[in-house]
Design a protein around this ligand. Structure first.
Ligand code: ATP
Length: 252
């Protein structure tokens, strides 16, 4: 979906743990309908960035604006337009799958949500587990439930950290399809993953992080152009060129 509407604006975001600079002056934007592939080596600051945008960590330096709401000053409204799917979602032990959807509907003030919830349970193959408690679900099922709750809320922004890591092959195929379908309705998606083939397949734009800094933002074609002297055409080669000793100096 083509759109110029900015859903997420991250400006000069920074975070230090003791003396370690985990995120350093990070700025980027996402428009409605985009799938931004977030990649970077271990420790590059991806999870810290996502947890800050999700409101799990406070914004200490810089500014995060979601759907026009400043996350630090208008936290409730900013969080209402966003969903965060961590790599190992932890549902409530004492709520069933269906009750999680009911809880999500109440939280987001959704009307007539039941038919849509039923449809999502079918699409994510959770119908049989509808009455199972959160604590009884396998890792892949917990991920599928997180997808269902996020999709039900119809947020303007979804953040995903390694969203496919616990899924079986059928689950991976349908999740990829669902992520693209969600983006086509105008939801902006950040997809953080070490699976470069997945990023290459789904992402409409890339953000490459290295040591907390934005070393590249743009489309895959733009990345090929930027790193053509160092790399071939695959994202893997671009990744090494952008985050290697020599590629680390390349600025967005
Ligand atoms: P990975 O690909 O391994 O998941 P990442 O890109 O998600 O890595 P982060 O988890 O954001 O990276 O970590 C960025 C840096 O911040 C790392 O050097 C890490 O050791 C440090 N860090 C993260 N969380 C903490 C914490 N709670 N206390 C101290 N240092 C932390």
């Amino acid at each position: 979906m083509e759109s110029t509407e900015t859903v997420l604006d991250v400006a000069e975001l920074g975070r230090s743990y003791e003396k370690h600079r985990a995120v350093d002056g990070l700025s980027f934007q996402i428009r409605a309908g985009e799938i931004l592939g977030l990649v970077g080596p271990n420790g590059a600051g991806k999870t810290t960035t996502l947890r800050t945008i999700a409101g799990v960590l406070p914004v200490k330096e810089g500014r995060v604006t979601i759907g026009g709401f400043d996350l630090a000053r208008d936290e409730e409204r900013a969080k209402r337009v966003m969903r965060w799917i961590p790599d190992d979602p932890q549902p409530f032990d004492s709520l069933t799958v269906h009750e999680h959807l009911e809880f999500t509907a109440a939280l987001y003030g959704l009307a007539d949500w039941r038919p849509r919830a039923e449809e999502l349970l079918v699409r994510f193959e959770l119908t049989e587990k509808k009455d199972a408690f959160g604590g009884e679900l396998s890792r892949g099922m917990r991920q599928k439930l997180a997808f269902c709750c996020a999709w039900l809320a119809q947020p303007r922004l979804v953040l995903m950290d390694e969203p496919l890591s616990g899924l079986d092959p059928r689950g991976i195929r349908s999740a990829k399809h669902e992520i693209e379908a969600l983006a086509s309705t105008g939801t902006a998606v950040i997809l953080s993953s070490h699976l470069l083939a997945l990023i290459e397949e789904l992402a409409t734009r890339l953000l490459i992080l290295d040591r907390g800094r934005n070393v590249f933002t743009g489309t895959l074609d733009e990345a090929r152009e930027r790193f053509r002297e160092h790399a071939g055409s695959s994202l893997e080669e671009i990744f090494f060129a952008a985050t290697g000793e020599s590629g680390g100096s390349a600025k967005a």
